[in-house]
Ligand binder design. Structure first.
Ligand SMILES: [Zn+2]
Length: 103
């Protein structure tokens, strides 16, 4: 089993995905990496192999995008709020529901 982490990269990177070996381009900022090697993972592999990390990354990227776009607005547009809501729901649904004890 591979362990993953989210790393904050100060620079963009062009290289091969640590999981599938396909070429990919990563922007600077947060990205999903393999914990042992630090190799970045492409979006498709992150979505398949580390869905919780992927959902958290998607939420962070959505929040950053909406924050920058709506920086000087009193109320963000509905489209931005829906984008944040979608990312938050996806993140919340990637965690399994807590188990209930049988009475
Ligand atoms: Zn990949």
């Amino acid at each position: 089993m591979t362990d993953f982490a989210i790393a904050l990269a100060p620079e963009p990177r062009n290289g091969l995905c640590g999981m599938c070996g396909e070429a990919a381009l990563w922007k600077k900022g947060p990205r999903v990496c393999i914990l042992e090697s630090g190799s970045p993972v492409c979006r498709e592999c992150a979505q398949n192999h580390a869905p919780q990390h992927f959902a958290l990354l998607d939420l962070a990227i959505s929040a950053e995008r909406v924050g920058k776009a709506c920086k000087h607005l009193l109320t963000p547009p509905m489209e931005s709020l829906l984008e944040l809501n979608r990312a938050a729901e996806t993140f919340a649904l990637t965690f399994p529901a807590p188990l209930r004890k049988a009475a």
